[in-house]
Ligand binder design. Structure first.
Ligand code: DX5
Ligand code: ZN
Length: 230
């Protein structure tokens, strides 16, 4: 197993009426990142949160905010999210006219940059931009909603993405995180991490547990235990 495992609870499944409290609770419970899902009712059939909400939660936590843009077009939102305190920004390459330029734009604004690839989107989008990537996010559900079922074909795709990333770093390239997003639970995180993921988004798995009595901490500990056991 990969020795590094970052857990990124997706606030899509949090209580939006108490968001400040919710992000403080996941940080206290051991989360590595806050996963922040941005949906525009255009690229995906749902509508969520934008830079104002990012700015509002920023002072509540020290951990990095991992902004996942499910929007089209992409570029105009990047400076806004960087200003709102985002640390990582991923976007779907089909939603940008100029993928290389968008990746550069994210880094120029001081954030880590990455591609988010849908279940049917090929890894070949990585081919000519490896040097510009800090992160690759593989969707293991179709984007738009929390609480969906993990698509098993993602495991083979993770193995292939891991192979490409390792070849890149072995040849002297920068490190690239491999994040998986959708349907990650205690009963499948073992095989997901064994397939090469080092960063796991977990929305309903974490926020589905009541935090009262340490529920978030327990789920995250359980996810780490299950990952180590694989
Ligand atoms: C789906 C989002 C995910 C989602 C994951 O479009 O990108 O981040 O919140 O939720 P779970 O873990 O419940 O599948
Ligand atoms: Zn996401």
């Amino acid at each position: 197993m990969n020795p590094i495992l970052r857990i990124a609870p997706s606030i899509l499944s949090a209580d939006f009426a108490r968001l400040g409290e919710e992000v403080r609770a996941i940080e206290a419970a051991g989360a590595d990142l806050v996963h922040f899902d941005v949906m525009d009712n255009h690229y995906v059939p749902n509508l969520t949160i934008g830079p104002l909400v990012c700015e509002a939660i920023r002072p509540h936590v020290k951990i990095a905010i991992d902004v996942h843009l499910m929007v089209e077009p992409v570029d105009a939102l990047i400076p806004l999210f960087a200003k709102a305190g985002a640390n990582l920004i991923t976007f779907h390459p089909e939603a940008s006219r100029h993928v290389d330029r968008t990746l550069q734009l994210i880094r120029d604004h001081g954030c880590k940059a990455g591609l988010a690839l849908n279940p049917a989107t090929p890894l070949s989008w990585m081919d000519h931009v490896m040097d510009r990537l800090d992160i690759v996010l593989l969707m293991s559900v179709n984007p738009g909603f929390g609480g969906q079922k993990f698509i098993p074909a993602t495991l083979a795709k993770l193995r292939e993405a891991r192979r490409r990333i390792d070849a890149h770093t072995a040849a002297g390239g920068q490190p690239i995180w491999l994040e998986v997003d959708g349907g990650v639970k205690t009963d499948n995180i073992g095989e997901i991490v064994a397939a090469g993921a080092d960063t796991c988004v977990a929305g309903s798995a974490v926020f589905g547990a009541p935090d009262a009595g340490g529920g978030y901490r327990d789920v995250m500990a359980e996810l780490r235990r299950a990952a180590r056991a694989a």
